[in-house]
Design a binder for this molecule. Structure first.
Ligand SMILES: [Mg+2]
Length: 278
């Protein structure tokens, strides 16, 4: 029997309806009502920093969470009733991947790669080193070179590549391996004694992918792009576990499956007994 439930959700375009598709009226209110049950623990898992998470909560009248995993998994906070407490043990865990070095300590490793330009200091953070890379170069070769230099020094890392389309420049973020949503969720599950049987995650895009295709019960909201839906389906077909992904399609309580309606649809799919909690 389900006694408690851990709901972890991405914010932008998952719980926060800031995409192109419409939100079902009352869906967010219904979500709020569900998570007000004291058997539910709520965590927001976002690329936003803690300040921007708070801003989003206020702006979209979201329920107040018990935990926030911010900065794409690089930081974890618990609300103690008055303020946010940062889990220092998580920071220490991440720091070990880089032998307790700061991101800027790694800069000399790459200083001779002239295609990589260090981003402004305000774009750097405790667990992230960021570069601009010109798009008219052999980007793949550069990333391979950066990766091999990190490996040679045994800095366990994850390189995230994206493109800033507005100014047409490549963005290369180098992070310690553990600094991502999946590891942060697993850390919190362990810390709060939740198992896969009573944990659920919802997301919509790129940095949610690792969790979506993991054995953690996951929901891809209906408003996610077709590309992501295809990508997730293809990845899941290669896995030995198959019941840990649900793609919202709409119809539940006559809602459209986008954003919080999709989250609710998925939660009721995995945990039909939750009906009795309402
Ligand atoms: Mg999102």
């Amino acid at each position: 029997m389900l006694e408690r439930l851990f709901i972890c959700t991405d914010l932008d375009r998952t719980l926060i309806p800031n995409g192109k598709q419409p939100e079902s009226p009352n869906a967010r209110e219904f979500f709020k009502q569900l998570v007000s049950n004291n058997r539910i623990t709520l965590a927001y898992v976002s690329g936003r920093d803690i300040m921007l998470v708070e801003k989003g909560i206020a702006e979209y009248q979201l329920p107040f969470p018990n935990f926030v995993i911010a900065d794409v998994g690089s930081s974890i906070y618990k609300f103690d009733g008055h303020r946010w407490l940062r889990f220092e043990s998580w920071d220490q865990n991440i720091s070990r991947d880089w032998q307790n070095k700061n991101p800027l300590d790694l800069v000399p490793l790459f200083s001779d790669i002239k295609e990589c330009r260090l981003q402004e200091i305000e774009k750097q953070s405790v667990h992230k080193l960021s570069y601009y890379v010109a798009l008219d170069t052999d980007v793949e070769a550069i990333i391979t070179e950066v990766r091999s230099r990190l490996e040679n020094k045994q800095f366990q890392s994850n390189i995230i590549w994206s493109i800033d389309e507005q100014v047409n420049v490549g963005l290369m973020d180098i992070l310690p391996l553990s600094a991502n949503k999946k590891y942060a969720i697993e850390f919190l599950m362990k810390n709060q004694k939740f198992q896969r049987e009573n944990t659920v995650f919802s997301g919509d895009s790129g940095n949610d992918l690792e969790v979506l295709i993991s054995p953690v019960k996951s929901i891809l909201v209906g408003n996610a792009s077709l590309e992501i839906k295809e990508q997730v389906r293809a990845a899941m077909s290669k896995m030995i576990f198959h019941n840990s992904l649900y793609i919202a399609k709409g119809g539940y309580l006559n809602m459209n499956g986008n954003y919080s309606a999709g989250i609710l649809e998925g939660i009721f799919h995995y945990f039909p007994e939750i009906d009795n909690w309402l």
